[in-house]
Design a protein around this ligand. Structure first.
Ligand SMILES: [Zn+2]
Length: 123
């Protein structure tokens, strides 16, 4: 349950941080006319906030990877919990789940599935 929440949060983390910065931009833009020093303060807070969000994202990804590694070591898929996985893609060090087709690398990081674009139909 917690791992599932963490996984969803990690996959949406970039969008969440972008949303926070978009809101901060809107607030800063409004404060240009009301109280200009607040805009400057928000600018510096957001610049140093990048370091904070970067470290936080790294920590969350590390926690998820460790959790995934522990489940992979037990022979369980971190995504669906099925025991019928471990079809290793030759040479790449990838572990693929046979039930849900999720792939993870040797460090436990989730590998985004490659979606092939359909070939254009020629008339
Ligand atoms: Zn699976």
């Amino acid at each position: 349950m917690i791992l599932k929440l963490l996984r969803h949060f990690n996959r949406a983390y970039g969008y969440a941080v972008f949303g926070i910065y978009l809101v901060a931009f809107g607030i800063a833009f409004l404060f240009i006319f009301i109280f200009p020093p607040a805009t400057l303060a928000l600018l510096f807070i957001s610049i140093f906030g990048l370091i904070f969000f970067n470290v936080l994202g790294f920590a969350l990804r590390t926690i998820e990877r460790r959790w995934n590694r522990a489940r992979l070591a037990k022979g369980l898929c971190p995504e669906c919990g099925a025991a019928a996985l471990s079809a290793v893609v030759a040479g790449a060090g990838e572990i693929r789940c046979g039930a849900c087709d999720a792939r993870h690398d040797a460090q436990g990081a989730w590998i985004k599935p490659v979606v092939h674009e359909p070939e254009p139909v020629q008339a």
